[in-house]
Design a protein around this ligand. Structure first.
Ligand code: AMP
Length: 610
């Protein structure tokens, strides 16, 4: 058995998950279907059997008294501590003799530690199955505001589950570790954690690899559920307006409304609108398209509450927003663009969102586990960028913006344009690698710049900026300069790449150097040929009659040859020759156009004016 293996576990209020450190960096443990999250729910059947996770959660509707969720809220607490929570919990909670809590399920009494242990045991056995090894040691994360009793209860839960808990780690510290922020020298980090049912913000300091919590603030009853409720209220009030105030919503409809509202909210993180359709029985259907703007107007006040908590946390740490060096986002609700925008505005910097906000704490726990185990932490040292970074350009070429071995942090920018008249969106595909064609490089992510006002091809100026920071986080943003439209994406450029993989990618670029250069040149020439053919077509349309018959025949023949070569020829020199011939044959047209421009400019002016 491997004595050094330690599992990282994020034991959450709603979901739990585990991660470990592979050769290629931390990875969450997934089941065969790719799922990583185990709902933190335990259900008891009348026959005494126990289920955990998604099947247990499904059980909640039919048997709420025997389905235990949110047990994390009970850990290490006395009955007096949880009076506020008790109204929300459908299952029975009672005081124990020692002042702690017992959950009474059909007459059987469980401590919160025992219930958490059932979840931990499930997480452990999933990991054992996925990794095909036995696991006896773990690092478990807890909120920074957990007191000693809550931490001790978490440790006990681990022990009951058969785990030697090597360390209890603060969730914000784990999130910062996942981003490699332990390597920062003397920095202040804000960790903003907006989940489904809770919100908290922590201000940390880090120096010499040691984190310290300077302050925490938050609200254990504020989360994505509140945003869902805003949409549910909007929908139900409009349904009543349309179909009558007396309309009632049976539990199944309420359940469906909740699911639709959450789905709409999630869609609105990516799209400008989301349509909800609710069947109300008797052939009645309510249909409503909700715009992102509408959602933001309603969600805004909740987001502002979180910002207010951030201000309080800053005040408690005696810091100004500008004193914070890095901002890390945790929790599913941080995918909401308004949340990212407002947090960015408060701290005056782009928050880190590159790592999946539902997985970042577990990934950090795995990093902590390896630090404790003393085994080597995968450090693809990021003093330089190991591979070039760029975007896919027209025709499938790789346009490099940052060359490999550039010292980081670094920044690069380039202007691009559109190739089609009236084009209103551009796909930006971020690539990593040394090869010349996009298909041979590693895809890091994609995003779309939308709502570009329609303009003739080549008119928009799309300024693409790459910013690679000292932790290997790549921010790519695109801005259309005339309209100000912007979009961006954040990526962990080094994630999942081992030294060997980097070496292989670099070596392949040498092996394929000649064919790659030829392919890239062909793409460039084809693009240029397409541009020339388009220009000739436009010029012919405007001033086709300036050419003699012979000139026109020559041009037609050159254009036909170029068209054929564009599609069928793989020799860049041949294509270049055809392109040059078409350009030459279009000379009379070009001259006529030039004369026209000069005539227009000179109109009404005397020679002396020039
Ligand atoms: P967590 O507790 O961190 O798992 O967060 C779960 C919350 O995040 C739930 O309220 C989800 O509805 C919310 N959530 C997940 N994905 C998104 C998304 N793309 N946009 C908005 N909210 C989301």
């Amino acid at each position: 058995m491997d004595e050094t293996f330690i599992l990282g576990i994020d034991l959450g209020t709603t979901n739990s998950l585990a991660a470990w450190l592979t050769q290629d960096g931390p990875e969450v443990i997934r089941d065969a279907g790719g799922g990583a999250l185990v709902p933190s729910v335990v259900a008891f059947s009348p026959d005494g059997s126990v289920t955990v996770g998604a099947p247990a959660r499904a059980h909640a509707v039919e048997n709420p008294l025997a389905t235990v969720y949110s047990v994390k809220r009970l850990m290490g607490r006395g009955i007096g501590d949880i009076r506020g929570d008790m109204t929300f919990l459908p299952y029975a909670v009672e005081p124990a003799d020692d002042g702690t809590i017992r959950v009474n399920v059909q007459g059987r009494r469980f401590s919160p530690q025992e219930l958490s242990a059932i979840i931990l045991r499930d997480v452990k056995s999933r990991a054992e199955a996925a990794l095909d090894r036995s696991i006896t040691q773990a690092v478990i994360t807890v909120p920074a505001y957990f007191d000693d009793a809550q931490r001790q209860a978490t440790r006990d839960a681990g022990r009951i589950a058969g785990l030697d808990v090597k360390r209890i780690v603060n969730e914000p510290t784990a999130a910062a570790l996942a981003y490699g922020l332990d390597r920062k020298e003397d920095a202040r980090i804000a960790v903003y954690d907006f989940g489904g049912g809770t919100f908290d913000v922590s201000i940390l300091s880090v120096a010499g690899g040691v984190f310290q919590v300077l302050s925490t603030n938050g609200d254990t009853q504020l989360g994505g559920d509140d945003l869902d409720r805003e949409l549910i209220d909007l929908i139900t009030s409009e349904i009543r307006e349309e179909f009558g105030q007396e309309l009632s919503f049976p539990p199944a409809t309420r359940q469906a409304l909740r699911a639709f509202a959450e789905a709409a909210k999630i869609r609105l993180s990516e799209f400008d609108s989301a349509t909800v359709e609710v069947a109300l029985g008797k052939g009645r259907t309510f249909r409503r398209t909700i715009t992102r703007r509408e959602f933001e107007q309603r969600a805004g006040r909740w987001v502002e509450h979180t910002i207010e908590h951030c201000r309080r946390a800053l005040a408690d740490a005696a810091l100004q927003p500008g004193d914070v060096d890095e901002v890390v986002m945790v929790g599913g609700s941080t995918r909401i663009p308004l949340v990212q925008k407002r947090v960015g505005e408060l701290f005056g910097r782009t928050p880190y969102t590159a790592i999946n906000p539902d997985e970042v704490v577990a990934l950090g726990a795995a990093v902590q586990a390896v630090i404790l185990a003393g085994t080597h932490r995968d450090t693809l040292l990021l003093d330089v960028t190991p591979l070039s970074l760029g975007i896919e350009t027209l025709g499938g070429a790789m346009g490099k913006l940052i060359m490999r071995n550039t010292t980081i942090p670094c920044q690069a920018a380039e202007d691009f344009t559109t190739y089609v008249d009236g084009q209103t969106s551009v796909d930006i595909h971020v690539l990593q690698g040394e090869r010349e064609l996009a298909k041979d490089c590693r895809s890091l992510g994609k995003f779309q710049l939308r709502d570009i006002p329609p303009m003739p091809a080549s008119m928009p100026r799309i300024h693409v900026t790459f910013l690679l920071d000292a932790n290997g986080i790549l921010n790519v943003s695109a801005r259309e300069q005339r309209s100000g439209q912007e979009a961006s994406v954040q990526i962990t450029a080094a994630r999942g790449l081992s030294k060997e993989q980097v070496d292989t990618m670099v070596n392949e670029s040498y092996v394929h150097a000649v064919e790659d250069m030829t392919a890239h040149r062909l793409i460039d020439l084809r693009n240029e040929s397409a541009r020339i053919l388009g220009a000739i077509e436009k010029a012919l349309h405007r001033a086709g009659d300036v050419m003699s018959d012979a000139q026109r025949r020559l041009l037609d023949s050159a254009v036909n040859t170029l068209r054929e070569k564009m599609d069928g020829c793989d020799d860049p020199d041949e294509l270049y020759a055809a392109m040059a011939a078409a350009n030459d044959a279009a000379d009379p047209l070009t001259r006529a156009q030039l004369d026209e421009v000069i005539r227009k400019t000179a109109k009404g002016k005397k020679l002396d004016d020039f």
